[in-house]
Design a protein around this ligand. Structure first.
Ligand SMILES: [Zn+2]
Length: 222
């Protein structure tokens, strides 16, 4: 297996971001978080970025084909050993479009890595977050500051982001269950899904993912 082409799936708060950073470093993958990708292309004024902006200015969604073009631009720039996609695909239509484009380029998906966590765990993790204005992050239970509601590093007051409030988290979770969860079946049916328990420590999850990738590579060589 010369390349690893991976998709990361899972609810917010399951620890995908942490795993993504570690995997990118382990395997020298192009890490592509689609939200960032769109912003980068727009702010750098690339041709695709200009095209995307025209949709955004009209208040329309950026078409999937355009996002996929951006993804493969980035893969070609720094994805010789493969890529790790985070935030795409978000639905079946996007998954189909991605599969077609991979096919056209003679590449294939290695696996879809699902980092799972139940809703109540996600809600507790995210709604317990507190941040200072310098972006230092705490958790009221798991990583509390020494003094209540004050940042250890700079003494600034800590507050809860609107996005992290319980109602907001519940809303994000219901969007996740409705639109993204069908992808789990989609990749399972194609034999590509690998599940990981996001309630374990980040190091345990990371070890499990590495072991799973090692197995995939072995199977590929046989
Ligand atoms: Zn701080």
């Amino acid at each position: 297996m010369s390349e690893l082409n991976l998709i990361l799936l899972g609810p917010p708060g399951a620890g995908k971001g942490t795993q993504a950073t570690r995997l990118r470093d382990d395997f020298d993958l192009a890490y592509i978080a689609t939200g960032d990708l769109l912003r980068e292309n727009v702010s750098e004024g690339t041709e695709l970025g200009k095209e995307a902006k025209s949709y955004m200015d009209d208040g329309a969604l950026v078409p999937d084909e355009l996002v996929i073009k951006m993804i493969f631009d980035k893969v070609e720039d720094d994805g010789d050993d493969g890529f790790l996609l985070d935030g795409f695909p978000r639905n079946i239509a996007q998954a189909d479009a991605l599969a077609e484009e991979l096919d056209r380029r003679g590449r294939k998906l290695t696996a879809a890595l699902l980092v799972e966590a139940p809703d109540d765990v996600v809600i507790e993790r995210i709604s317990g977050r507190r941040v200072c204005s310098n972006g230092h992050v705490y958790h009221v239970v798991y990583d509390p500051p020494k003094h209540d509601a004050v940042c250890d590093q700079d003494g600034k007051p800590l507050s809860q982001r609107d996005d992290d409030r319980e109602e907001a988290v519940r809303k994000r979770l219901s969007v996740y269950h409705e639109t993204t969860e069908p992808l789990i079946d989609y990749y399972e049916e194609r034999g590509l899904l690998r599940r990981f328990d996001g309630t374990r420590s980040p190091t345990e999850v990371h070890d499990h993912i590495r072991a799973s990738i090692a197995t995939l590579r072995l199977e590929d060589e046989l």
